[in-house]
Design a binder for this molecule. Structure first.
Ligand code: KG4
Ligand code: ZN
Length: 346
């Protein structure tokens, strides 16, 4: 079964053809991040307008590169939420129009849940044996840990009470003067930082509190940077070292907080067979090391291309939802709406 995935929740317009849930036949992403970088963050209206421009050329290049015609798909899966509402409306309208014209079922997909399936793309063998699993979605908008009994069963155990992890990296990037998004730049800066040169607060250290908090870390970085950089020349070597040391210590605590929660959750939910890691922050090599050092079970990391937003993950989860549904006619009903923040189910 070939599913077309459609993703437009934020600043990436993406389309993909995925066969049987894990085999990617083609995956195209057009990012408006360079346009957003001019404003230092995502401007919702700019994102929505860029989706309008990008979708049709993208479907042409997807067909060309994959050799698959849009007429040969079996279903359309689309991000229903959460995301920027104007951006979602573009993708959902596009997907509804396609499903109606091709007379194919339309599968609405939760973007955050779909990230987990991004980690499963390309896996051969029986994916079901990874479950029950703990899954991490560490992205720009979310820091969630789920207990999953099966590939489509999501029980949210941990989320952030304030900023998401990736969002915090982007804000710290702004403080240290990196381009947007800050995450990849902080990772590079941190490589020249010295261990122990800057103190960081230990966030939510109580073992039984199953929640993340990142905004205190960001405020601490701001105050520390202001204090240490007083009277130091902007282009000096000393300034470069201050930034690297702060990036190092910030990154360590940002990820150690996640390691502590994995351990706590593994105690609360013993017997899980794997930790499935996903989201844009999962591209970070230090993050991968820290997770690997702190998990008692097998860990599944996504390929780098499927860490950040893409449509293959949407098609992959769409396939599983379709396969699970007893009565597939439910996907012929298309009078539903996107949601901008919380899923209507959780
Ligand atoms: O999953 P994603 O592409 O979009 C959302 O759904 O949010 O995640 C984007 C986030 C951004 O905050 C970005 O700074 C962060 O992922 N990110 C990283 C790295 N690469 C991307 N954070 C830390 N280290 C990286 N190497
Ligand atoms: Zn995402």
């Amino acid at each position: 079964m070939i599913v077309l995935g459609v993703e437009s929740s934020c600043d990436e317009t993406a389309l993909a053809f995925v066969k049987d849930g894990t085999i990617v036949l083609g995956s195209e992403v057009a990012s408006s991040v360079s346009k957003q970088a001019l404003f230092g963050g995502v401007v919702p209206e700019v994102a929505a307008r860029e989706h309008v421009k990008a979708l049709l050329p993208l479907i042409e290049s997807l067909e060309k590169k994959s050799g698959v015609s849009i007429n040969n798909i079996d279903a359309v899966a689309v991000t229903r939420g959460p995301g920027l509402i104007g951006a979602l409306l573009v993708g959902v309208s596009f997907a509804k129009a396609l499903a109606v014209s091709l007379q194919k079922p339309l599968i609405p997909v939760d973007h955050v849940h779909a990230h987990v399936h991004g980690a499963l793309l390309g896996l051969t063998g029986n994916v079901d044996q990874l479950f029950p699993a703990l899954s991490l979605v560490i992205s720009g908008g979310h820091s969630n840990i789920y207990y999953m009994r099966s590939p489509t069963n999501f029980e949210k155990l941990v989320s952030s009470i304030d900023d998401a992890c990736g969002e915090c990296f982007d804000k710290v990037g702004k403080i240290l003067g990196t381009p947007y998004p800050g995450g990849p730049h902080i990772e590079v800066l941190a490589r020249s930082g010295n261990k122990g040169s800057v103190d960081m607060p230990v966030m939510v250290k109580e073992r039984n509190r199953l929640e993340f908090s990142y905004s205190g870390l960001k405020t601490h970085v701001l105050n520390t940077f202001r204090r240490l950089s007083l009277g130091v020349g902007d282009d000096s070597l000393e300034m470069a070292q201050i930034k690297a040391d702060i990036a190092y210590s910030f990154q360590e605590e940002a990820f150690l907080q996640i390691a502590r929660k994995i351990k706590s959750v593994q105690k609360v939910r013993p017997g899980t067979k794997s930790v499935i890691v996903s989201g844009g922050v999962a591209a970070n090599q230090r993050f991968r090391e820290i997770v690997a050092e702190n998990s008692a079970t097998e860990i599944v990391f996504p390929k780098l291309t499927y860490c950040s937003d893409n449509a293959a993950m949407i098609a992959a989860l769409g396939f599983c939802l379709f396969k699970n549904e007893q009565d597939a006619r439910v996907f012929d009903i298309i009078d539903w709406d996107p949601y901008s923040r919380q899923s209507i189910h959780t």
